[in-house]
Write a protein that binds this ligand. Sequence first.
Ligand code: IMP
Ligand code: MG
Length: 172
Amino acid sequence: MENLKILFTEEQIQTRIKEIADEINQLYKDEEIIAICVLKGAVLFAVDLVKHLKMPLKMEFIRLSSYGHGTTSSGKVHAVDISLPDLNDKNVLIIEDIVDTGLTAKFLLDFINGNFKTKSTKFCSLLDKKISRATDVEPDYYGFEVDDKFLVGYGLDDEGYCRNLKYIGYKN
Ligand code: IMP
Ligand code: MG
């Protein structure tokens, strides 16, 4: 894509992911976790993060969508595929790309807490757009706080494109 300004380089992203992984490793020690990757946006982050996690771990993938078309949140979360195994008594780690309004995070947390009695539920997002929050949801872990700009790259898309970039940027 033309005229993209880089916000976080590949190196900055990977360094921060290792730091988050260290914190998560310390929290769970050797306890087993279920890491739930929220497709599609979180796929690159989830893949890189789990490589640094040391506890016994299973990965699950669910697909939610909220943005639809355009660059502002639709305000509605659509569960495209939310099939999950039994999460009762499990340590659940949700892995997201970005918390923006927080509606997606709230939807997912309500779904999990409404259907299961987990041992623990933690929410980890690479990016936190705190300024846009419309709910009281806060990630337990996040990589970087960002401004209210439409970001692309490293999983984040613009109409489906740019997810494959190794860096995160915005249109100038
Ligand atoms: P929320 O429900 O408003 O918190 O939005 C969460 C979802 O919107 C994220 O999982 C992303 O998929 C998408 N999203 C939010 N901000 C951006 C952005 O700046 N670029 C691309 N996608 C975004
Ligand atoms: Mg997402």
